[in-house]
Design a protein around this ligand. Structure first.
Ligand SMILES: [Fe+2]
Length: 339
């Protein structure tokens, strides 16, 4: 099978749209191509950061996994992952189970840990009636937009992620530690945390506090380009700004009220997940505003079509999800390059 490649947008290198040259493709033919041309696939992914395969009918877990395996990727289990999602089949998960009304800010997957996927493959089983895009942003360009003084401070201090994970799901935390670590055995959790350089402290209420310090900026292992690679803005108390920006005014007012309450009652546990600099000092709101603005300016999004498959380089590009109407089914696999 032969493929055709062209940019989806005029003003960015991502995603590259890949379609069957004959006009008719199928999932088996795409898996065969990926198996036959792994070097071309890697070169395209490295050059563009994201590849959108359209017209191959990748709309079920078997087809997505067949592509992943044929392309020579290994799979990373979603252990210690924050987002609510569930395993559908094999190594294929739901992209997220978060309710449709909530946006997911752009992020590099699992950049709050030392063990993150190299790439992610998504497949659309059912596009929503409206919204539900997976916005993407080029993190090397985001980094260029961030002033040197801010970059330098983040580079020196890194980022501390603090997460209070309950034993059972709560209104504020949609994922429990037994779900996060796929076990009810605390010793297994401790061992997983030690392996990832996470400090785990068990609490009297049955929950666990996870603390990890991770870099804010990393170099891509192949291109060596520096990248903004973190989730500082996702868990910063100034999240109301994110909601206001995308027009969710009611939700933004609620988030601002929560921020006010959290300042007034710092021990009430209103921010189960939070970020600060690695030395424990606060990241100021103004800094977060500049960082969010840089991400928004580099963000592009497209509407899903049934059978679309999106392969992204998890270091070069951040991804998110916009709110949506109707049913939406997008699958995801976390991929690693073999050693
Ligand atoms: Fe994600």
């Amino acid at each position: 099978m032969q493929i055709e490649c062209k940019p989806l947008f005029e003003d960015t290198r991502f995603p590259q749209l890949i379609t069957p040259k004959s006009g008719q493709g199928d999932s088996a033919a795409l898996a065969d191509w990926a198996g036959a041309e792994p070097a071309q696939l890697r070169a395209l992914l490295l050059e563009h950061g994201a590849l959108l395969f359209r017209g191959f009918g990748i709309h079920n877990p078997d087809a997505l996994e067949a592509f992943n395996v044929a392309a020579g990727f290994g799979h990373l289990p979603y252990v210690r992952g924050v987002s609510p999602r569930h395993l559908v089949k094999g190594h294929v998960y739901t992209a997220t189970d978060l309710k449709n009304i909530y946006p997911i800010p752009l992020h590099n997957e699992m950049s709050y840990t030392r063990t993150f996927p190299d790439a992610i493959s998504f497949a659309c089983s059912e596009p929503p009636k409206s919204g539900g895009e997976t916005p993407l942003a080029d993190m090397s360009l985001v980094l260029e937009r961030i002033p040197e003084a801010i970059r330098s401070e983040f580079k020196d201090k890194q980022i501390l992620y603090v997460q209070d994970v309950p034993e059972k799901v709560t209104r504020l935390v949609p994922k429990s530690w037994p779900q996060m670590f796929d076990t009810t055995d605390r010793a297994v959790v401790d061992a997983a945390c030690e392996k990832q350089g996470i400090e785990a402290t068990w609490k009297a209420d049955g929950g666990v506090r996870l603390k990890s310090v991770c870099p804010a900026i990393v170099n891509h292992p192949k291109t060596k380009r520096p990248l903004w690679f973190n989730q500082a803005h996702v868990y910063h108390p100034s999240f109301a700004e994110e909601l206001w920006r995308i027009g969710l005014r009611g939700m933004a007012i609620g988030a601002a009220a929560l921020e006010f309450a959290a300042r007034r009652f710092p021990d009430a546990g209103l921010y189960p997940h939070r970020t600060c600099f690695g030395d424990g000092s606060t990241i100021c709101r103004r800094t977060m505003h500049i960082i969010r603005d840089a991400i928004w300016q580099e963000t592009r999004q497209f509407s899903w079509q049934r059978g679309d498959m999106l392969l992204i380089d998890n270091l070069q590009l951040a991804h998110g999800r916009t709110p949506f109407r109707g049913r939406r089914s997008v699958l995801a696999s976390l991929l690693v390059e073999p050693n």
